[in-house]
Design a protein around this ligand. Structure first.
Ligand code: ADP
Ligand code: ZN
Ligand code: ZN
Length: 741
């Protein structure tokens, strides 16, 4: 579309309807800029005056007229993308999401754009800055740098990598390395250049293994679906070779020149997974995750947008990446909670992947060993094609699972004699052990043995966790931190004791029992440094570590062929969750953790320690597996009218005092009115009412059908911000909430 600056008459000049980054839930009208021509206006960015500021917005559509008289419309000050930026299908997805989640369209657009684009930069990135050794550098003996240790360290680092290392990659390994880099460049040993941000294609792709009969059937079904909208649910037990099925289908899509989008959970994006993709395909791969810096992210995004990256692998927000030739979407571990954004624009990437696939007319593959009840219900209703991989691929057999009754047992830091014995036997024959405990730190409680005082967080309704390293108390809910008390503040006693186990304490106990064993702990505390996780995983694969201790970070997607024993130290807390999804999450976690055992040639064993060996969830899982659990859980959800047999929306409000959230939500409730089709529950205090110094309350909407729920939300949302009570709280709406706190 051409704007005609010479003839700004009303008849030919369109009105630009622009999404502006503001919480106001509507588009704003502008006239086209007086200079510059546009090939494609919808999807292009414009700079526009907004209040007293100048902001970057996205043209969502053009219109012949505005509700405002033309003379009151301001012209945009500049057109930033004369050739367009977001394609029509991306705009369509974003507009759909803004409506569905009832989130301001300007903020939705902003979420979908890399930061640098929001700041008005050009999408083309020449590359990301990187350092590598020159030929002279490669021929140089590092010993010549002995008097400059930093240079020597950097030199050693660069020597391992022919592609060059980015500032981020070097920074993850070395502090204050820039002077050393400059010195190496000045000496002619290294140079600085721009490296593209794609994972380079391999020259010699490894051939695919022969798929077993179930894998082949699943892959064939996906390939046959290419070219039209079909959702497919690949339900494969852990280690059944789901990834190989995706790879086969991706291969077929690539062969016809299409692009493929692969969505993975936050911590499912491991070097191991990327290595498998890289080894298989002779095409470059764009990777998008939260660890990228702004320039790397923009670079990857633009490679996808321009079609130069045939494969895009990313976490949640990658679902919005423009892909001109998109032919297939894969959502791996589709049950994973990290696909749902938990603040701001609270979208669900799996659900949006389905919407996107439908809009574009392509297949979408959802894969999991433990599918969400939502996806299972859709499959049962015949909306998804169900593909089943009932057995492990290759020669691996399913692990043997047993419950270990902890009642009346003598425990050593939470470890039963039987588990310790099994660990010892496994290590003795040179196999690896994984112990799972979903609680980091040393102990979740610090208690006065004299008077019963407990170290609480002053800002939350929660105990502080004791961390032995550094002798700190930390709140895992708000991040508050202080030194450990030497004395009880109530009675002055020095007899303060730690209660309960965290991974740090478990590690200490195991080091006592197995002093000669390589032990590695993988949790948020030990993997903060950028490449720490990758290094630790590499140590597991090389056999340097035989005993792995970890939180749920270890449960997801990893393939540890040497692990033959998995122990779940304490699952009891998870058995009695207040959240209606608690049982589902617990079942998924148990099955996923257990699935790390015996994925190689040797058979695996799983030991679940519990004080509740008769708990129905455990018995159902053990006897009938995840499917039996899911069938039962779905029946319960149906009876209660809960998702997927009902639909929820949750208003949350918080403020420094407890009254304001309640009175705001009461006002919302009054505004919602009543229909027989939507029940409104609350306002009630959140399960953890006080968090980070703020009081929180919620109002829950429940409906059997989606339509009346959304109609109600659409009707009231535009007016809620104007309620006088709204000024005293921070509030949000969560459509399809995954967490009820
Ligand atoms: P999942 O994604 O279901 O957990 P993977 O695709 O990671 O399973 O496969 C588990 C293991 O089995 C991997 O080591 C993989 O290389 C191997 N594998 C998968 N399919 C086959 C096959 N058809 N033949 C031999 N080995 C296979
Ligand atoms: Zn005391
Ligand atoms: Zn706190």
């Amino acid at each position: 579309m051409n704007t005609n600056p010479q003839n700004p008459s009303a008849a030919v000049t369109p009105v630009l309807r622009v999404a502006v980054p503001t919480p106001l839930p509507r588009l704003f009208d502008y006239l086209p800029p007086t200079r510059g021509e546009a090939k494609a206006l919808p999807g292009a960015r414009v700079r526009v005056p907004f209040g007293r500021r100048s902001v970057t917005g996205v043209v969502v559509e053009t219109a012949a007229t505005s509700e405002l008289p033309r003379e009151r419309l301001k012209p945009a000050s500049a057109l930033l993308d004369p050739d367009g930026l977001l394609p029509a299908d991306t705009l369509e997805l974003l507009r759909w999401a803004a409506d569905y989640y009832q989130h301001p369209v300007g903020e939705v657009m902003a979420t979908a754009l890399p930061v640098l684009l929001r700041q008005g930069e050009a999408p083309e990135v020449p590359g990301v800055e990187s350092w590598s050794l020159t030929d002279e550098g490669r021929a140089t003996d590092p010993a010549t740098l002995a008097r400059a240790p930093r240079q020597q360290q950097l030199f050693a680092l660069l020597k391992q990598q022919t592609r060059g290392l980015t500032a981020d990659e070097i920074g993850a390994e070395l502090d204050s390395w820039r002077p050393a880099a400059k010195a190496l460049v000045d000496k002619g040993l290294a140079d600085r250049r721009l490296r593209d941000c794609l994972l380079a294609a391999t020259d010699s792709p490894t051939p695919a293994p022969d798929l077993n009969e179930h894998q082949a059937a699943a892959a064939d079904a996906i390939c046959a679906a290419l070219g039209g909208f079909t959702p497919l649910l690949v339900e494969g037990v852990t280690g059944s070779g789901k990834t190989e099925v995706y790879l086969a289908a991706i291969d077929a899509a690539l062969a016809t020149g299409q692009q493929v989008l692969v969505l993975v959970p936050e911590i499912g994006l491991t070097p191991q997974l990327l290595a498998r993709f890289r080894a298989r395909f002779a095409v470059p791969i764009a990777v998008m995750h939260s660890g990228l810096n702004d320039r790397e992210r923009l670079c990857a995004w633009n490679m996808a947008r321009t079609g130069r990256a045939p494969i895009v692998i990313g976490t949640r927000s990658a679902v919005f990446t423009p892909l001109p030739r998109l032919g297939l979407i894969v959502v791996d571990e589709e049950h994973d909670a990290s696909f749902k954004q938990q603040d701001g624009f609270r979208y669900h990437a799996r659900d949006l992947a389905l919407v996107r696939a439908r809009n574009v007319g392509i297949p979408v593959v959802l894969g999991s060993a433990t599918p969400s009840l939502e996806s299972l219900a859709n499959a049962e209703r015949g909306l998804y094609t169900r593909l089943h991989l009932p057995s492990r691929a290759g020669t691996a057999r399913p692990p043997r699972v047993r419950l270990l009754d902890l009642r009346a047992q003598q425990l050593d830091e939470g470890l039963s004699p039987a588990l310790l014995q099994a660990v010892g036997q496994t290590l003795a024959v040179g196999e690896q052990v994984l112990l799972f405990l979903n609680r980091r730190g040393y102990a979740p409680t610090l208690l006065c043995h004299e008077c019963g005082w407990v170290a609480d967080c002053q800002r939350c309704d929660a105990h502080m966790t004791y961390h032995a390293r550094g002798q700190r108390l930390r709140c895992h809910h708000c991040g508050a931190e202080r030194a450990v008390n030497r004395q009880c503040p109530d009675c002055g006693s020095t007899d303060l004791r730690t209660l309960g186990q965290g991974t740090e304490r478990l590690e200490a106990a195991l080091r006592r029992h197995f002093p000669d064993t390589g032990i590695v702990r993988i949790d948020r505390d030990t993997t903060r440094r950028k490449h720490a996780m990758a290094e630790k995983l590499a140590g597991v694969h090389s056999g340097e570590h035989q005993l792995l201790i970890g939180t749920q970070m270890l449960a997801k997607g990893h393939d540890f062929p040497g692990v033959t024993l998995v122990g779940l130290i304490d699952i009891d807390q998870g058995l009695f969750s207040a959240d209606f999804r608690g049982a589902e999450r617990m079942a998924q976690l148990i099955v996923q953790v257990a699935g790390r055992a015996g994925r190689g040639e040797k058979p695996g064993e799983v030991i679940i320690q519990t004080h509740h060996p008769d708990h129905p969830l455990l018995l159902t899982l053990l006897e009938g597996g995840y499917r039996a659990f899911a069938t039962q859980a779905l029946a319960e959800r149906r009876a209660a009218g809960l998702p997927p047999h009902g639909h929820l929306a949750l208003f949350r409000a918080e403020a420094p005092g407890p009254e304001a959230p309640a009175s705001f939500l009461q006002a919302v409730r009054d505004h919602l009115g009543s229909t027989g089709e939507v029940s409104v529950l609350g306002p009630i205090p959140a399960p953890m009412e006080k968090r980070a110094g703020r009081y929180r309350a919620q109002l829950l909407l429940m409906a059997r059908e989606r339509r009346p729920l959304h109609a109600m939300l659409r009707a009231v949302m535009p007016t809620l911000a104007e309620l006088p009570e709204a000024r005293r709280v921070r509030w949000s709406l969560d459509v399809d909430p995954q967490e009820m706190f």
